[in-house]
Design a protein around this ligand. Structure first.
Ligand SMILES: N[C@@H](CCC(=O)N[C@@H](CS)C(=O)NCC(=O)O)C(=O)O
Length: 228
């Protein structure tokens, strides 16, 4: 399998399947296409009739090359191909919650995502004027979701520091939010802080961070957010 991604420092959609596969122990090669610094992503997309976007998963299955694009579709494909890795929680209630929250991340949190782009190298304190009403609404929504996961975990005796206990797709879907909240000094809730610490401590997340720090590409429009 080959996962096509972009900048480890900035590409939030790339992080999701990469982290999921690494934590689940699914082996893959990675191809990094720095789309703002080369035409390689455009050429790759044209070759496969895709939009010029990452992530894309290439899989050789039953003698055919399968091309899966979009983070959530990749996560679902992997869950189907590797049922023994329990990429979704086994419990139906937790699974329904994890699926709903993953879809909500995929289509929502626009204010947070647009105002505070993922930048793993950032360590800032966001100026208060950037915490607009819409951003605050997104942060409040995270707190509500995290409380809901904590209650569901307790009710279903799910053990572990992640949203449904053990690491699952929903943690991967929210992984960039960990970087956003941490990197810009935002506040969500105590439940979020505990989850964030567990996500940050994952060896795979540290591996991603080290690679992001080693990258020499920069995107000034993102580096300038929240001050120099
Ligand atoms: N809905 C897509 C979003 C993918 C996306 O927006 N990817 C960004 C990178 S994080 C991209 O490829 N941008 C290319 C560009 O801006 O040229 C997913 O879930 O994978």
């Amino acid at each position: 399998m080959e996962l096509v991604i972009a900048y480890k420092n900035y590409s939030s959609w790339s992080l999701r399947p990469w982290l999921l596969m690494r934590v689940a122990g699914i082996e893959f090669d990675q191809r990094l296409l720095p789309f703002a610094h080369s035409d390689a992503l455009k050429e790759f997309a044209a070759q496969h009739d895709l939009l010029p976007q990452v992530p894309v998963l290439l899989d050789q299955l039953l003698d055919q090359e399968h091309v899966i694009w979009d983070s959530l579709a990749i996560a679902e494909y992997l869950a189907e191909q590797f049922p023994e890795r329990a990429l979704w929680p086994a419990d139906v209630t937790l699974r329904a919650l994890a699926r709903s929250a993953s879809a909500e991340m995929h289509s929502g949190f626009m204010a947070l995502r647009q105002t505070f782009p993922m930048n793993c190298r950032a360590q800032k304190q966001a100026p208060t004027h950037l915490i607009t009403e819409s951003v605050q609404r997104d942060l409040n929504r995270l707190a509500v979701l995290w409380a809901r996961f904590a209650a569901a975990k307790a009710k279903h005796n799910a053990e572990g520091a992640f949203l449904c206990g053990a690491f699952s797709i929903v943690d991967a879907m929210y992984a960039p939010v960990m970087w956003r909240v941490r990197g810009y000094g935002l506040t969500v809730s105590d439940d979020f802080v505990a989850w964030s610490a567990a996500m940050y401590a994952l060896p795979e997340m540290q591996e991603w961070l080290a690679a992001a720090q080693a990258e020499t590409w920069s995107m000034p429009q993102y580096d300038q957010v929240g001050g120099a």
